[in-house]
Ligand binder design. Structure first.
Ligand SMILES: [Zn+2]
Length: 258
């Protein structure tokens, strides 16, 4: 009996020693951990509000952000001097042509206000949008249909459908003729497409004004009826096309009303 009691006491003592050792170990780990932390400090200065407000403020919108007017379709006839098969010489193609199926949506390339729409014998059904801050206009021609939203005076956000692809006016097939102008001067739209410009100084006006002296002979899939008689008269010109075209171009531009 006594030996049993002694045995129990012995085990209890053993547990007690282990318990004390465990507590001691825990305390030493905690104190080691707190020793590695920096001493608690109290902020001396309240955080300033100004930098937080600056981060939250929205960035000013770019002066001109230009997206594809017919997404998914490439430019297949660029800006530049071009001779069509029924022309004896050539003239400046004042925009780009984007061929797409009839009825495909034509979108506003940038935010702006419709300043003109109409129907001309050459451009067919067209819409013109002014992009105020940038001093630029975009022009969409040969439309099959103009949407009701594209009324003169209406504000159209970038990407708004303004019309549908067609072949109204003098057109060799369903396509969009797309121009960008500043103060009436036609610029190369490919200097702007898929790009954003933060300030007016960032606009690539100089690069977009460059016209190569090379005259490209356009290949067309369709000859408009009105142009067929001219085909017999037109012969490929020789020599320094660029110079001659530039001279005739100035005369032609003086006559161009639209
Ligand atoms: Zn064109």
């Amino acid at each position: 009996m006594t030996s049993n009691i002694l045995a129990v006491l012995g085990r209890l003592r053993h547990f007690w020693i282990e318990g004390v050792a465990g507590v001691a170990l825990t305390l030493s780990v905690v104190s080691a951990a707190s020793a590695s932390l920096p001493p608690p400090t109290r902020p001396l200065v309240k955080p300033a509000l100004a930098p937080v407000a600056a981060v939250d403020a929205p960035a000013p919108p770019p002066v001109f952000a230009c997206s594809d007017p017919v997404p998914g379709y490439e430019v297949d006839s660029p800006y530049g001097l071009r001779r069509l098969p029924w022309e004896r010489q050539g003239r400046l193609h004042e925009g780009v042509d984007i061929a797409a199926p009839t009825g495909a949506p034509v979108l506003a390339a940038a935010d702006g206000v419709v300043v003109r729409k109409g129907d001309s014998s050459t451009y067919g059904r067209f819409v013109e949008i002014r992009h105020g801050e940038a001093g630029l206009t975009t022009f969409y021609a040969h439309l099959g249909r103009i949407e009701r939203t594209a009324q003169v005076g209406a504000y159209l956000g970038q990407g708004t459908i303004l019309g549908r692809i067609g072949l109204s006016g003098t057109s060799t097939g369903p396509h969009l003729h797309f121009e960008i102008r500043q103060a009436g001067k036609a610029l190369n739209p490919q200097a702007f497409l898929d790009r954003k410009f933060e300030t007016p100084a960032d606009l690539p006006i100089k690069a977009a004004s460059f016209v190569s002296p090379h005259v490209r002979v356009a290949e067309v899939s369709f000859i408009p009826e009105a142009k067929r008689a001219l085909m017999a008269e037109a012969a490929p010109s020789r020599g320094r096309h660029g110079r001659r075209v530039r001279q005739t171009l100035q005369l032609a531009q003086a006559d161009t009303a639209d």
